[in-house]
Design a protein around this ligand. Structure first.
Ligand SMILES: COc1cc([C@H]2SCC(=O)N2c2cccnc2)c(CCCN2CCN(C)CC2)cc1O
Length: 390
């Protein structure tokens, strides 16, 4: 089997333990007193030094943005690269209770150039009926010119050390690659909103026996939403949306334990970052349904006429009265109105129930979800997962 030199040393589910029913579900290692946690940072290779990236600073936020925009995740054919915006990064990295010290950079000592990044944010994640304090780890990025210098393992150990210093012993993270051991493996799905552009840039291909005009007609959407009472979420809706969301997420094996402060941060609309809509029943004036998507554009690498693909990603959606199919179609209509080119979704939660019918197509590649220092007896089906990481 593939050698996972680093991950075989870590408290994560190991491939060799799969099916070993004598291993209890839950924490793999016990916490240690924070006084026993290594007090000083891990050693980096000679030319490099640790830095804390203050996302409040426009200069530092620019450096982080520029590092990610030129060196972060690409598709398997290196045609596209995630282009997280500065306002998105500020939103993603400063939730209630965040720690600046978990926004870790690596600089070249001489030039002070930022060449690597890794982040954590605190989150309360419920696993079955235990709410666990975790770090959500994200944005691990090493400059293209410094790959395979084994920087990632020391960055992962350093952020683990800083998380331990805050007396947090578990983490959640995702990767496009298989590591020991996924708790579930999800599939990306894409719904064309601007099929001509998607075909021009090579994201999609013209279907067999399909013309461009037939394809444009296939993906056409109404100009306006159809659900009565469908409107943007506002601050006054936070309590109702929190109740709706907590109720809905309780059905999943792994899901965030959102309170009103979390809902206000993660789901209140922020232009070009996150959009949230709800159904305010015209009759009873109760909030019956909710849908949301976040904005993550992609750079189009080396195309003559286009530089950016505007993508919306399905976030959290809840229905109690409106059919999910209809609510998600209204979300597609909103995204089209806002000039998104594609609407992405993972096959998590109840998404499978609308993907094919709303004309989503399967994407190139899977997303594997992981927990650090927490064993789950068996893997989950994607529909048992109620957690979307950015
Ligand atoms: C091209 O098709 C996909 C592209 C992407 C991503 S990767 C960077 C990017 O810009 N993407 C993009 C572009 C346009 C619209 N939405 C997303 C995805 C999501 C990530 C796929 N992981 C990337 C890492 N490997 C190892 C596994 C697959 C899915 C696609 O089916």
């Amino acid at each position: 089997a593939k050698k996972h030199k680093f991950w075989e040393t870590q408290p994560v589910g190991q491939f060799k333990d799969i099916g070993n029913l004598s291993l209890q579900e839950g924490p793999i290692e016990p916490p240690t007193p924070t006084s026993e946690v290594k007090q000083e940072p891990y050693n980096l290779p000679g030319p490099y030094e640790w830095t804390v990236c203050d996302m409040d600073s426009d200069e530092t936020c620019n450096e982080v943005y520029n590092l990610l925009t030129t060196n972060y995740v690409e598709d398997d054919e290196n045609m596209f690269r995630f282009n997280y915006s500065k306002e998105f990064l500020r939103w993603a990295l400063r939730p209630p209770g965040y720690y600046k010290s978990w926004h870790i950079g690596v600089r070249v000592k001489t030039s002070k150039k930022l060449v690597a990044f890794i982040t954590g944010v605190p989150a309360r994640i419920r696993v079955r009926n235990e709410v666990v304090k975790m770090a959500e780890i994200n944005f691990l990025c090493v400059h293209k010119k410094l790959r395979s210098k084994r920087l990632a393992p020391v960055m992962i150990k350093e952020i683990t050390r800083r998380v331990h210093l805050e007396n947090i012993w578990h983490a959640a993270y995702t990767a496009g690659v298989v590591l020991p051991t996924p708790i579930t493996t999800c599939q990306y799905w894409h719904r064309s909103l601007n099929p001509k552009k998607l075909i021009d840039v090579g994201f999609s291909r013209l279907g067999a026996r399909m013309t461009m005009s037939r394809t444009i007609k296939l993906y056409k959407l109404p100009d306006s939403t159809v659900t009565p009472g469908f409107r943007k979420m506002e601050l006054r809706d936070v309590p109702a949306v929190t109740r709706l969301l907590r109720n809905y997420l309780s059905q999943f094996v792994v899901a965030p334990d959102f309170d009103e402060h979390d809902v206000e941060h993660w789901l209140l609309p922020t232009e070009n970052v996150v959009d949230s809509y709800l159904v305010d029943s015209p009759v009873t004036h109760e909030v019956t349904d909710f849908c949301s998507f976040y904005t993550l554009p992609s750079s189009i690498l080396g195309h003559q006429n286009y530089s950016t693909l505007k993508a919306a990603y399905s976030y959290y959606n809840v229905t109690t009265k409106t059919p999910l199919l209809q609510l998600m179609n209204d979300a597609l209509i909103i995204a089209k109105q806002k000039d998104y080119d594609v609407f992405n979704a993972l096959d998590v939660m109840q998404n499978e129930s609308f993907l094919k019918e709303l004309k989503f197509g399967p994407g190139d590649g899977q997303l594997h979800y992981y927990l650090y220092n927490y064993r789950l007896q068996n893997g989950l089906k994607p529909m048992e997962l109620g957690l979307v990481l950015l």
